[in-house]
Write a protein that binds this ligand. Structure first.
Ligand code: HEC
Length: 376
């Protein structure tokens, strides 16, 4: 049997009592401890223990339980919450959750923003590709169907409607009346039509296509005064000998065309030269604004769900953990100080707190039995 004794301690008569049942083994251990010191520390955070937090009941050998029942000096009755300072479970719990959520929200915002922007870009790029293909269709249609019909007119007057570059550009000009920020341009360093003169960055694109003949496409996003623009560029290569009738030398070119456009620009081309860049421009502001809206909605929803979960967890924490624990701590204090008429607190259920309340209750019963035996 466990009988721990401090040097100098004398055993009470009750201690060596008749062989106890298994239930009394517990009681007997409590008994020895109870003789030495009954110490209850309630919810004291490390280092923050005050006198009020600790109710210590020491028994001198021979002392009766009646004497013990008097509250010890420094023991503050019912001061259970005194030890639960500002850093209670609730605060720790909430701080950890809020920190995790803030970090999660930051990461989610960053990732979603990237994803949504990327989607917006893909969407705009797809639009630009469709525009580019329709420009190529307009070019092909003009070359195949319009030019042969009007070729006979070439000697009398020059009809630019027969020129693919002209047709494609004109068709997109009418599109601009409805979508002002959408443009199509056949940018050239030495254009026949001055409207096709390449700007600095377009000239760079042409240079890039000339230096890297395997490049089929370039995508550039630029910030302009009217917002962010996506430019899709493709090289225009002299792939047909027919082009050279108007673009090789002024002598070979139709006189009516020279009359209209002059004999200085857009000559000297050779087969396979990169002579221009087709540049389609699509504004990104609308899809980007949509992406921003989606991001905001998504984040507000996420924050809303989090606040709901946080509120629910706080309610659960209060009713299933904090409240019962505070009750049990108060009970343990009262019992340890030998107060009479302390109400039982036994929770039903199968969770850990209910199990703890039952254990507490068992311990209380054992302690009281042991005390009763001591007093006999
Ligand atoms: C019948 C003469 C003629 C033929 C053939 C011709 N072009 Fe042109 N090209 C022109 C004229 C005229 C313009 C200016 C049109 C305008 O006013 O926009 C032009 C403009 C262009 C432009 C726009 C840049 C600039 O100089 O203004 C490109 C690019 C171009 N042509 C490429 C070609 C290619 C490639 C071919 C062969 C598939 C070709 N052209 C065949 C007469 C011709």
């Amino acid at each position: 049997m466990a009988t721990r004794q401090r040097p100098g301690d004398e055993r009470d008569d009750g201690a060596g009592a008749p062989a106890p049942s298994s239930r009394f083994v517990t009681a007997d251990v409590s008994l020895v401890d109870a003789r030495e010191e009954v110490s209850t520390t309630v919810g004291a955070p490390a280092g923050a223990q005050s006198d009020a937090d600790t109710a210590v009941v020491r028994r001198q050998p021979g002392e009766t339980s009646a004497a013990r029942a008097a509250p010890a000096a420094g023991g503050a009755p019912g001061s259970v919450d005194a030890g639960v300072g500002r850093f209670g479970l609730r605060l720790k719990f909430n701080a950890a959750l809020i920190f995790t959520f803030a970090a999660g929200l930051g990461l989610a915002t960053w990732l979603s923003d990237r994803m949504l922007r990327d989607n917006a870009r893909q969407e705009v790029l797809q639009e630009a590709r469709i525009m580019m293909e329709s420009a190529l269709s307009a070019r092909a249609y003009t070359a195949e169907h319009v030019k042969p019909l009007l070729e006979g007119q070439l000697n009398e007057r020059f009809l630019p409607e027969t020129v693919s570059a002209y047709a494609a550009t004109k068709i997109f000009l009418s599109l601009r009346s409805r979508f002002p920020d959408y443009t199509y341009k056949e940018a050239s360093m030495d254009p026949r039509n001055p409207a096709n003169r390449a700007s600095d960055w377009e000239a760079d694109l042409i240079g890039e296509f000339r230096n890297h003949r395997d490049r089929r496409e370039l995508v550039v996003v630029r910030n302009t005064p009217t917002g962010q623009m996506l430019h899709l560029a493709r090289p225009l290569v002299v792939s047909d000998k027919g082009c050279l009738s108007c673009h090789s030398t002024a002598e070979r070119a139709p006189a009516t065309m020279i009359e209209k456009y002059g004999a200085t620009s857009a000559f000297g081309w050779q087969l396979d030269d990169v002579v221009a860049a087709q540049v389609v421009t699509v504004p990104m502001s609308v899809p980007l604004a949509r992406a921003h809206d989606a991001l905001t909605t998504f984040m507000v929803l996420l924050a809303g769900v989090f606040l709901l979960v946080l509120a629910l967890l706080n309610v659960l924490l209060h009713f299933f953990v904090i409240k019962p624990v505070v009750r049990m701590a108060a009970l343990a204090t009262d019992v340890s100080m030998g107060r009479d008429g302390v109400a039982d607190y036994v929770l039903r259920g199968h969770d850990e707190i209910a199990s703890l309340s039952r254990s507490f209750h068992r311990m209380r019963v054992s302690l009281e039995k042991a005390m009763a035996m001591l007093d006999e």
